[in-house]
Every structure is written in C-alpha cells, then in structure tokens.
Ligand binder design. Structure first.
Ligand code: AMP
Length: 551
C-alpha cells in the first residue's frame, strides 16, 4: 500500500525538477512502483483530478471552503491576508496554515484512502449536503500532515503547479508501461481519463481503435483553434472548407446505446437527468448506437434563443426537471457524428461524417447547425455577416478532410468570433498574492452611467497583463488611491482600459445586475479619459442583444 505522503513527496520533487525528461521519468517510475488500483488513482491526482472522469462536479468543494476549514482548525482565520501573501500558491497557503497546529499527526493515509474519502464527499447529495461534505473534509484534514494537506488542497482546486501537464503525464504513463507515447496519446484521446488509460495499459488489454463502444464513456470533445476572420480561415484551411454557425450555447455529447441515451457536458460530466427532452428526441437512434456532438441552447416560449445563463440553470438542475423543462425549453443542434452502429467515425473525414449526420438527422427529425460549403471567399464572408446579424457568436470553419480529434485543438476546426471589447474604467484593485504579491492586480472594472456620471462596476479581472504592466499599474493606481479596506484599494476613476470579454451575464453581485464573463485586459487606453469610457447603456444593449437572437 503506497502512502499518500509518498505521493506528496513525489509532487515536491517534481516541482523542483526542471528537465521535462526527468520529470516524466520520476512520475513514470512512481506509477510503475504502485499497484494497479493505486497507479490509476495517482495518475489522476497528479493532474489535480480528485475523482474519475465525470464525477468531479459532484465534489463541489471550493478553494474558499478548503481554506475556511483549515483556518478554523488552526484558529488562523484573521491571518488570511498575511498567509496568502507569504505563500507561492494556494496549496502552500494551506500547508502554512496546517503547520500552526500544536502537533503534526503521523502520516498514515494511503493513496487509496484519500481517494475513498474524495469519493465519499462526492457521494453526499441532497438537502443539507454542504455541511456534511465540509465535515468529511474536516475529518480528512485532521489526520493529515501539513505536506499532505497541501496536496489534498491542490488536488481539490485542480491546481497542482508542479509542472506536470496532461501531456507530460501521458509521457510518464508511456514510461511506466514501456509503450510508445503515441499509443498512450491515442488511448487518452479515446478515453479522456488518464487513470483508465493506466488501467488499460497495466491490464495489458489495449482496445482496437475502432472498438464497439457499447460501454459508454464520453470522448473528449474536439476543440477549435481561433482565427481572426474568414479570410485567415481560408488561408489556413484552403479551398476544401465548410462553414457552420457557431451557436452560443453549451456543448453536449449524446450517446445513444442499446441501454438508452446518455448525455455528457463539455467537461464530460453526465447531465442526462437534466435534459429529458434531448433523451426523448434522440432515443430512436439507440438502435443504431450513435454518438453525436452538438450544441444546446435555451429558448423562450416563441423559440427564440436566450442568454447562456438561462441554459446553465437547466444543466445544473437535477430536481423538478420536468417542471423546469416546461418553464425553460431548450433546443438541440447537431454538428458532428462520432460513431454509428458501434463503429467509431473519428478517423473519417469531416465531409463523410457530415454526410452521414445529415442523412440520419433528416430521417429522425433532428436539427443541424446552419452550414455552407462556400465556393468563394466572398460567399464565406457573407455567411459570417449573416451569422452575426442573426445573433450567433460567429462561425466555425472546418476542413472537409479533417478527422475528429478528441481533446485536440487542431487546425481542422477554426473558430471565428465577433470581437467584443469595451473601454472601461478601473475603480478599485486588490492586492495580489503568490506571484502577484506586492502588486495591485485584480482590477474592478466599471462602465460610465451617463445619466448621473457615476461609475457602475461590471466585472473584475487580473488577466491579460505582463509583469511590467502590473508594476506600472500598481504605481499609477496608488497615486489615485482614495481609501483601502480589506486589501481592496479604491481609486479615483481615471484609468481607462480596453477589455475583451465573451459575453454579458446577469449578476446580482453588481448594482446594475450585469457582469462580463471572461474579461481580459487588452491594453491601457491612455488616449481616453474616463468621460469617454463606454457606458452602462452600451453594456445593457450588449446584454439585450444576446437575449434576442433568432433561432
Ligand atoms: P469556444 O468555446 O469559444 O472555444 O468555442 C468552441 C465551442 O463552440 C464548442 O465547444 C461548442 O460548444 C461551440 N460550438 C457552437 N457551434 C459549433 C459548431 N458549429 N461546431 C463546433 N462547435 C460549436
């Protein structure tokens, strides 16, 4: 039985190793020294996965919760700011906190016991589950050493920071099993869970690439590479190109099997119980053992698309689903087929897969995303304009010859979006911790209200800046400082920044009820004064634009 401490020590060693080759060797040797069950778990832990693929969301423990428990156990709640400033990352902050205990318990936990504990926490569901989950975590932390607690915290928030990426883990697994890396990558492409890849390799049974996948496991979805515009996409893909509407909904992978329909999210979580109408719609395909890739959007009673957030209500819902399905209808649009009649189609070219998909959809009343095979660039650009005017997020450009590469952001699929930016004013900033210690880094962004001249916060971000820009902004904001409380520095609203974002969502956190999703600072707009910043009206218009989108 391998101890969890050995795993924590391995992670420490990895974080002190520079060479990629050495890291893969260290990790590979460690996996090889474990029993099959422990190696499966350790492979997941190594990249911050507490549970098997698809179970992660059930854990439902935030960094804040982990921090609170550790701080309560050690009576250090009021030292948070200092501890986070001294730590290089979240895990180290937890380690520092846990070191405040009067005595360290002896390390007794095995890797399997820690996983068992995570699984127990994930299994707690229903009313009153939160305090019970927290109590389980408290019990676990009570018997861990500080170093073990550091890595339990890191796994739970999925930030290992020892430099082992998924790609490197696959190299380590290849070393463990003395198999070519390409073979391991291929298995991982099909399965997506490195733990199961370890199991398959250690068990010696390597499935053929086109195995019958009647035991459904979701594949990682194929990803798209961004392209600036349609002309660039034509350059990158060439004349054998298809364009599709890029709908602003949520990705679904639908497995129609002899045992029924199962639906998975982009993160490969099972969401079947939340989407009964998708199950009903695709159930006739169960006889054909089909696997589809598509997008689900929320619609109003007239069938017009709604904001992304309304859709998320449906995805999270597990109780009273039938009622919500009536209140909040959804629509499914398919864009790919991954398997049919038990055969995987991932190696077939897009053109062939799309042909199969179109035929199946036509016979079964399923809807596809709008698409076009353009003859000229001009036609392609018109398709993009029409997509934007119809309220879509943009278009996808796909090579007619491209295979379906699970989990890979290849050049076979390109995404072309309408650029969304706003010029906003920084009204406050937070002192950073870890790498950003000593800098004002999380910037509170506000839009101007042209009715009363006040500035309304619509989001926060620390993304998009270089270290030099952080330093420069820290100096400039300190000059503008008007007050400081709990690590938040309020400043005179003078600095304007150009901010890119994905969309506007409803948010009760902000006075005007709107917040930007995925905000990132593009540049400082020293050429603009705060009175020229974008207004809250513009933000509201953007929000409404998202709401009224034709199907
Ligand atoms: P992004 O989330 O910006 O990386 O864009 C990729 C996402 O766009 C996919 O994961 C899908 O959820 C979504 N999407 C919408 N329409 C399509 C389409 N026609 N083909 C592929 N992905 C699409």
């Amino acid at each position: 039985m391998a101890s969890f401490l050995a795993f924590a020590e391995l992670c420490q060693a990895l974080s002190q190793t520079q060479s990629r080759l050495q890291m893969a060797e260290l990790a590979g040797e460690f996996l090889a020294s474990l029993s099959l069950d422990e190696a499966e778990i350790a492979a997941r832990f190594m990249i911050g996965r507490a549970t098997a693929q698809g179970e992660e969301s059930k854990l439902n423990l935030s960094g804040r919760a982990v921090w609170k428990i550790a701080a309560e156990m050690t009576d250090t709640i009021d030292q948070g700011e200092e501890i986070f400033a001294a730590a290089t990352d979240f895990g180290e902050a937890i380690e520092i906190v846990m070191r405040q205990r009067e005595s360290e318990p002896a390390a007794t936990l095995t890797i399997a016991q820690v996983e068992h504990c995570f699984a127990e926490i994930a299994a707690i569901e229903g009313r009153g589950s939160r305090p019970r989950k927290l109590a389980e975590l408290r019990d676990l932390l009570a018997v861990t050493t500080s170093l073990e607690a550091k890595y339990i915290a890191k796994i739970l928030i999925r930030e290992m920071r020892h430099g082992v990426s998924e790609g490197m883990l696959l190299e380590a697994i290849a070393k463990m099993a003395s198999r070519p890396v390409a073979e391991v990558r291929r298995l991982h492409m099909l399965d997506g869970d490195p733990g199961r890849v370890v199991r398959i390799l250690r068990g010696g049974s390597v499935p053929a690439p086109r195995q019958d996948r009647t035991i459904v496991r979701p594949l990682k979805p194929m990803l798209a590479y961004p392209a600036q515009n349609v002309a660039v996409a034509f350059d990158m893909i060439g004349p054998r190109i298809a364009l599709e509407h890029k709908l602003d909904g949520a990705r679904v992978q639908i497995h129609c099997t002899r045992d029924g329909v199962r639906v998975f999210s982009r993160q490969l979580n099972e969401i079947t119980p939340s989407l009964p109408e998708i199950v009903a719609l695709t159930a006739p395909l169960c006889e054909r053992a089909a696997i589809f890739d598509g997008e689900v959007i929320a619609v109003d009673s007239a069938g017009s698309p709604l904001a992304f957030q309304e859709l998320m209500r449906r995805f999270r819902r597990i109780r009273e689903v039938e009622r919500l399905a009536i209140e909040q209808p959804i629509k499914l649009f398919l864009f790919d087929i991954i398997g049919i009649d038990g055969e995987m189609l991932i190696d077939r070219p897009y053109a062939q897969r799309h042909g199969t998909l179109a035929e199946l959809a036509a016979h079964n009343g399923l809807q596809l995303v709008g698409s076009l095979i353009p003859n000229t660039l001009h036609q392609g650009e018109r398709f993009f304009e029409d997509a934007i005017n119809a309220g879509h997020e943009g278009v996808m450009a796909k090579s007619l010859d491209s295979a379906y590469t699970p989990g890979v952001r290849g050049r076979g699929w390109l995404k072309i979006k309408r650029a969304k930016t706003l010029d906003l004013v920084i009204v406050a900033a937070e002192w950073g911790y870890g790498r950003r210690h000593g800098w004002l880094s999380n910037y509170h962004l506000a839009a101007r209200d042209d009715r009363d001249g006040r500035f309304a916060e619509v989001g926060k971000t620390f993304k998009g800046l270089t270290d030099d820009q952080f330093r420069d902004l820290t100096d400039r904001l300190q000059i503008l400082k008007t007050s400081e409380e709990h690590g938040i520095v309020t400043v005179r609203p003078e600095l304007v920044v150009e901010v890119a974002y994905s969309d506007v969502q409803r948010s009760p956190q902000y006075a005007d009820g709107m917040a930007l999703r995925f905000a990132r600072i593009l540049r400082l707009r020293d050429d603009k004064s705060a009175s020229e910043a974008d207004t809250i009206r513009t933000v509201a218009r953007e929000f409404e634009h998202q709401l009224v989108r034709p199907a």
